[in-house]
Design a protein around this ligand. Structure first.
Ligand code: V47
Ligand code: SF4
Length: 397
């Protein structure tokens, strides 16, 4: 039940949207823009939470992963990027060899991680051969480690250089051991904005086509949007709309991850960052608009642990993982955490403290451990505080 439907303060336009959400109907582009322009935060939260609980109840997922970046030197010059070094200043950056990448991967041999997330700058030596060899080497070394790697930004460049089509290229990646594709490189699809902030790298159609080819192979991927800089609300909805259309066609996206623009150490440092309310609105409207996406993820290092907790009442059902950001890609952009890592106990308690159910998942959302009843040894002395049980809403009424 959505309380707003009987609230006399809610306008007829907003009530019509609430009615659609209540009956599982899709909202239009114009309604999406209206939600950004006029949607009050409590109203948006109630709609998004209704959808979240209908899809997942209190289930809240996290995973255990680590991030690796082969290089921070890049041919492109995206204005929001805090981490890349231009080729002419390449001595300031790093360029790992395949052996060095494998040494980094082997450091996690005794840790219960299930996924390695690999992304980095675009450079000629990181070509088709390099990445197919890297994926094969990872699979030889640790076959069960899920390889979530590279975005259409890298794939478009690599395939063009190797003179293979997107379809052939993605098949080669699959054969080499790629398990899934992360959501990066999407930024803002609309050319009015994309050309200003990410000109030169793959455009919206190319980004979407590469995901489409990957989905055609029966494989899954994620999608992101970099919001809160020079884009308008209509640009945000345009982005969500293109994703919703492709998802109707393939069903291959698992998760949408809104990424809040951070303004440290980049060419857009003069632009103010969005505040917490804008961020919660962004999550809520994403949840409402993307009716065909199963999951909505908050990338906690970018928004702080507290906002990640709040986001769980605004449509979010996944807070990424115990990220070990070895090479500091996000801390360089001004993320909330200087060394973004949380252990399992911290993640579980963060979720539990806002009355949700903590579940460790693998990349494809298979449940690895249900922590609902679990009490960590360290928390036994804080009985009734740190290990608050999940509030069972059904028993309350
Ligand atoms: O595409 C770069 C973003 C993305 C900044 O799929 C910035 O599970 C904010 O895609 N402020 C890469 N964001 C990260 C990414 C991702 C992260 C976590 C999980 C998953 C997943 C994917 O990071 C880039 C860009 O949009 N980014 N600079 C910045 N200054
Ligand atoms: Fe290169 Fe990616 Fe940074 Fe753009 S965002 S400059 S493509 S590393």
């Amino acid at each position: 039940m959505i309380a707003a439907l009987s609230d006399p303060k809610i306008s007829p336009e907003m009530k019509a949207i609430a009615q659609k959400v209540a009956s599982g109907q899709r909202i239009t582009f114009e309604e999406g823009v209206l939600l950004f322009e006029e949607g009050e935060i409590g109203f948006l939260g109630s709609l998004a939470n209704f959808i979240r609980e209908k899809k997942h109840g209190d289930k809240t997922y996290f995973n255990r992963n680590f991030h690796l970046e082969p290089t921070n030197v890049c041919l492109y010059t995206c204005t929001f990027c805090s981490y890349s070094r231009l080729i002419k200043k390449r001595e300031e950056g790093w360029e790992y060899t395949l052996e060095e990448m494998m040494d980094l991967i082997k450091k996690y041999d005794d840790q219960p991680v299930t996924e390695v997330h690999i992304v980095g700058g675009v450079l000629p030596q990181y070509n088709l051969e390099f990445y197919t060899n890297l994926f094969k080497a990872i699979k030889m070394h640790r076959p069960e480690l899920h390889v979530k790697a590279l975005t259409p930004v890298e794939y478009h460049y690599i395939f063009k250089k190797a003179k293979v089509s997107y379809a052939e290229g993605m098949k080669l990646m699959l054969e080499a051991g790629l398990d899934s594709m992360p959501g990066g490189g999407a930024e803002i699809f609309h050319p009015e904005i994309r050309d200003q902030i990410a000109g030169g790298k793959c455009n919206a159609d190319q980004w979407l086509s590469i995901h489409e080819e990957w989905h055609r192979l029966g494989q899954r991927s994620n999608a992101t949007m970099l919001y809160g800089h020079i884009e308008s609300y209509a640009h945000r909805i345009d982005h969500l709309d293109r994703l919703r259309n492709l998802q109707d066609k393939t069903g291959g996206f698992q998760t949408f991850i809104p990424l809040k623009f951070r303004n440290k150490n980049n060419q857009m440092s003069h632009i103010s960052e969005t505040n917490m309310l804008d961020d919660l609105k962004m999550y809520a409207i994403s949840r409402i608009y993307l009716d065909n996406f199963d999951h909505l993820k908050a990338y906690w290092p970018m928004i702080s642990r507290e906002v990640a907790q709040l986001s769980l009442a605004f449509g979010v059902n996944d807070i990424d993982g115990t990220i070990d950001d070895t090479t500091k890609i996000y801390t360089m952009a001004g993320a909330e955490e200087q060394s973004p890592a949380m252990n399992t106990r911290e993640l579980v308690n963060l979720i539990r403290h806002v009355g949700r159910q903590p579940l460790e998942r693998d990349t494809l959302y298979n449940i690895i451990t249900d922590y609902t009843e679990h009490v960590f040894e360290e928390d036994k002395k804080f009985k009734g505080y740190v290990s608050l049980p999940v509030i069972n809403k059904k028993n309350e009424s």
